[in-house]
Write a protein that binds this ligand. Structure first.
Ligand SMILES: NC(=O)c1ccc[n+]([C@@H]2O[C@H](COP(=O)([O-])OP(=O)(O)OC[C@H]3O[C@@H](n4cnc5c(N)ncnc54)[C@H](OP(=O)(O)O)[C@@H]3O)[C@@H](O)[C@H]2O)c1
Length: 175
């Protein structure tokens, strides 16, 4: 079975970043460890072009290059893998058919806003791991934005990750 697992870390005020270039270095160590585990369990990562650029700029090369990415863009550069990247316009290409073609079963959706929104609106997300950090940005990018849709979930687990009160929520999507 193919599973699209969205993983995100948000502030108390529901922001995933201050702006589109903001690297997610503000999350706790506990969340970074959790994220790493989720990435290592997955066959491929789905990210938007902006998040891909931020990761490329900020992650050490040996980590960035060993991962496989499907990068969403309205201007795909290639339709096949270069070294580790498949560029995809989700408005023109069926993402589910694409992951089936490459035999990917565990898909880790890592945002940002536009990407979480696109995949949620396309009804592709099966589960959501949401970390809430005890921090506020005041303004910034929402987890989802710019589209009118609704989705229902069942809370599967709640875990406190550290003494500051970082909370990890695991939601399963209801059909
Ligand atoms: N806190 C967290 O868990 C978390 C997770 C991930 C990212 N982030 C942060 O979020 C920020 C980026 O978020 P973002 O919303 O600006 O960007 P994003 O989703 O990473 O990238 C947006 C870009 O992806 C492409 N794209 C996405 N959906 C598309 C669609 N339906 N059709 C065509 N193209 C599509 C477009 O690229 P083109 O411009 O090439 O067409 C669009 O400009 C960064 O600061 C990043 O660090 C935070």
């Amino acid at each position: 079975m193919i599973n699209f697992s969205a993983v995100a870390v948000v502030t108390i005020d529901g922001k995933i970043a201050k702006n589109k270039n903001h690297h997610t270095n503000w999350s706790s160590r506990a969340d970074k460890i959790f994220l790493k585990t989720q990435i290592e369990k997955s066959d491929v990562i789905v990210v938007g072009h902006n998040t891909y650029n931020v990761a490329k700029k900020n992650l050490p090369n040996h980590i960035f290059l060993k991962r496989k990415y499907i990068v969403l863009t309205s201007r795909p550069k290639k339709n096949v893998f270069g070294h580790n990247v498949l560029w995809c316009d989700p408005e023109k290409v069926d993402l589910l058919a694409l992951v089936k073609k490459y035999n990917y079963k565990k898909i880790c959706v890592l945002g940002g806003t536009k990407t979480y929104t696109t995949l949620m609106k396309q009804n592709l997300i099966n589960e959501l791991f949401l970390t809430i950090e005890p921090i506020i940005f005041g303004s910034g990018l929402n987890l989802f934005d710019g589209e009118n849709f609704s989705a229902k979930f069942r809370l599967r687990s709640i875990k406190k990750l550290n003494s500051l009160g970082t909370i990890l929520l695991h939601y399963l999507k209801l059909n």
